[in-house]
Design a protein around this ligand. Structure first.
Ligand code: SF4
Ligand code: SF4
Length: 180
């Protein structure tokens, strides 16, 4: 059975990062580092990074997120969902990186132009942050339409991805429908 998969969509304008937003992001990282230092067992904060999905569904997920242009990243603001658990993982993987170095590495990757009021890494062609520095949520979130697709038994090559109206978050209608 062929399937038409309607995904969320956003079409905000692009803008350079405002200095006060970058400052807020740095403050957020400093707060996360503080929380990390307080942890007695930082290793226990680390979560598995990837929620595995079958290889054959990946092209549909990529097509969906590309057509959508990252609606779910709009909530990333000046935190990008990064917390002390994210930084604990980076510290485990790069023990020589100081707190100051970590902040610099993040700031260097801020998109030169990102969608208005979205995550600072939400650039025109996708996320500008290295995958290994992203929050776990950025690797594991699926919006309702993608979850519905993953629950279904439709072969990936029978799915046609269509962006919904700009500003639609994927809830209620429009949703996954069969072709007319
Ligand atoms: S997970 Fe859903 S909302 Fe997020 S970018 Fe992909 S299609 Fe868009
Ligand atoms: S870090 Fe990247 S994937 Fe995560 S919210 Fe920001 S733009 Fe989206």
């Amino acid at each position: 059975m062929a399937m038409r998969l309607v995904v969320p969509h956003q079409d905000r304008p692009l803008q350079p990062p405002a200095p006060d937003r970058v400052r807020r992001f740095k403050r957020h990282l400093i707060e996360c580092l503080r929380e990390l230092r307080k942890a007695r067992r930082p290793d226990r904060l680390i979560q598995a990074l990837v929620v595995p999905v079958a290889a054959d569904v990946v092209p549909v997920l990529v097509a969906g997120c590309t057509a959508c242009r990252g609606f779910c990243c709009l909530g990333g603001g000046e935190h990008a969902y990064i917390d002390e658990r994210t930084l604990a993982r980076i510290h485990r993987d790069q023990p020589a990186l100081t707190g100051r170095g970590m902040i610099a590495a993040y700031v260097q990757q801020i998109a030169p132009r990102s969608f208005a009021d979205s995550c600072l890494f939400h650039g025109e062609t996708g996320c500008t942050l290295r995958a290994d520095m992203r929050a776990r949520l950025c690797h594991s979130f699926f919006c309702s339409p993608l979850k519905e697709f993953l629950r279904g038994a439709v072969p990936a090559d029978e799915v046609t991805v269509v962006p919904g109206p700009a500003g639609w978050d994927g809830g209620r209608v429009p949703k996954v429908t069969s072709p007319r």
